[in-house]
Each structure stands twice: as structure tokens, then as C-alpha cells.
Design a protein around this ligand. Structure first.
Ligand code: FES
Length: 273
């Protein structure tokens, strides 16, 4: 099915945001845009992006297959991503995934028969402090367990939109893809929700209580040293060449430079930020 005139107009708006001759930089939002209408980056979407941006199909496909947020098969209204990476795995993420997979009757990257829910294993969702987490269309549900995750998904199947733990209210996959293409959420409540939560601040609060400061560096490490300068060495500091050496023989006979010791001026040191 051809892309709608609305999508084509949105594509022109995206491309106009980039300087002349740099339109290929619009590829990432363009891919989200075609995905917002078709639920995936289809062959037609690849062709559309290539033609609009003056690049090859291969260049578009290379990007679309590199990033996990671009889907090659149509996604349902609700993309349920369960993190099973290390922090979440240790706190029960795999059990959450297994429960949802069993109840929905689908595996990774598969969509339920009614076309509403797509399930996927996700790698770190950047919310390890709230592990185990799952997202629906990239909105967070923190510290879930198999029961609470099941309740969220059952609510979705009933046509409800359960409130995420953080951020604004849920959007469909098409709506969130349109926002990812760079268009505002038209709902006033779309930018509502709490900001940073207590688990995200735990490290900062601990450091404050202990009186740690970033500029103190790592306990026990050598003191920080200045970055090396690019300025040429002065005549006084440049090593003198042996008077009897020819250029060729001096380079062949030059001893290898010893590795600088830790703490030597000009050698960067590890620093905790
Ligand atoms: S490991 Fe799950 S959010 Fe980081």
C-alpha cells in the first residue's frame, strides 16, 4: 500500500530540517516515520527513504538492519520489551519474559494472532537501577515481576492503557514512532510524569553522605596529571643527536623509548566522574 500524503508531507518536513546537501542525515527519523505508518521498515519504506534522500537501497537497509528499534516485520500496537540483560536477569527478568511468552503464545520478535502485541527480549534498557524492567512502546514499567507484568499485558489486551511507572501516558507503536521521527506529542499530558526517581539517585546520595568528590579521583591512585601538550619541544628540552651518527644509523641505533611510568607527567590517569 502506498504511503499516505500525510507521511510524504512529514518526510519533506524532516528533510527540510537538515542543511542543503546533507539530507542523508535525515535517514534515522525517516525510518521511524515510515515505521509509524506501516509498523515496520518495509521494502516500500526502504525504497521511499532511498529515493527521497538520494541514497541507495543498500545504504538504507544497512542502517535499518543495524539498529534494533527498526523492525523488519510488522509490530502490533504494543511492543512489549522485557530486559533480560545482566541486572534484570539477576532480579528475575527471564522469569518475566517466560511468563509473558507462555501466556501470549509467542516468542521473541513475534506478534500475537490478533496483531495487537509483539514480544521481544531486550538487552539493557538503560534502567538497571529499576531492574527488572520492561517497556511498552519504550515507556517504562519498573521493578516488575511475572504477576505484575502479566497484569499489564492483560490490560493491554482488554484495550486499556496501563500507566507507565515514569514518563507520559502510553502511545501506540505508530504514535511513538511518529514522535521518534521528531514530531511533538500533541497530548498535553504527554510530557507529564515524575522526573528522576530515588533508585537513580542512590549513588549520588551515597557519595554525598560519604563526602566523595569526583575531582578526588580513585582512592589510592596516583594524583591526576595534566594532559599532554601538542606544542613542539623547546630546543632546551629536545634530545641532542650524537655528533658521530649519520641520520640513517642514528635511527637504527636509537634505543626504544621506555614505557612511561604511572604518574609521569603527560600520562593520562583514570578518573572517576
Ligand atoms: S540490565 Fe535491564 S535495564 Fe540494564
Amino acid at each position: 500500500m502506498p504511503l499516505t500524503e500525510q507521511t510524504r508531507a512529514a518526510a519533506r518536513e524532516i528533510i527540510a530540517r537538515y542543511p542543503e546537501g546533507r539530507s542523508r542525515s535525515a535517514l534515522l527519523p525517516m525510518l521511524h516515520l515510515v515505521q509509524s505508518e506501516q509498523g515496520a521498515v518495509t521494502a516500500e519504506g526502504v525504497e521511499f527513504c532511498a529515493e527521497e534522500l538520494g541514497i541507495t537501497h543498500a545504504e538504507v537497509s544497512a542502517v535499518a538492519t543495524f539498529y534494533t528499534m527498526y523492525k523488519r516485520r510488522p509490530v502490533g500496537d504494543w511492543l512489549v520489551s522485557v530486559c533480560t540483560n545482566l541486572s534484570c536477569l539477576l532480579r528475575g527478568g527471564e522469569e518475566v519474559y517466560e511468563r509473558l511468552s507462555k501466556n501470549l503464545g509467542v516468542g521473541h520478535d513475534q506478534t500475537t494472532e490478533d496483531g495487537t502485541i509483539t514480544l521481544e527480549h531486550a538487552e539493557c534498557l538503560a534502567a538497571c537501577d529499576y531492574a527488572p524492567v520492561m517497556t511498552v512502546n519504550y515507556e517504562f514499567y519498573d521493578q516488575v515481576n511475572p504477576d505484575s507484568a502479566e497484569e499489564i499485558v492483560e490490560a493491554l489486551r482488554r484495550g486499556e492503557r496501563p500507566a507507565p511507572t515514569r514518563g507520559g501516558p502510553l502511545c501506540t507503536f505508530g504514535e511513538s514512532s511518529f514522535q521518534l521521527a521528531g514530531f511533538e506529542d500533541p497530548r498535553p499530558e504527554g510530557v507529564a510524569g515524575q522526573g528522576v526517581g530515588t533508585p537513580s539517585l542512590a549513588g549520588v546520595l551515597l557519595a554525598e553522605a560519604a563526602g566523595w568528590k569526583a575531582e578526588d579521583g580513585v582512592a589510592g591512585a596516583p594524583p591526576l596529571t595534566p594532559l599532554p601538550s601538542n606544542a613542539p619541544p623547546s630546543a632546551a628540552s629536545a634530545p641532542a643527536a650524537p655528533a658521530s651518527s649519520s641520520p640513517a644509523s642514528s635511527s637504527a641505533a636509537a634505543p626504544a623509548s621506555p614505557a612511561p611510568a604511572p604518574g609521569t607527567p603527560g600520562v593520562p590517569q583514570t578518573k572517576v566522574n
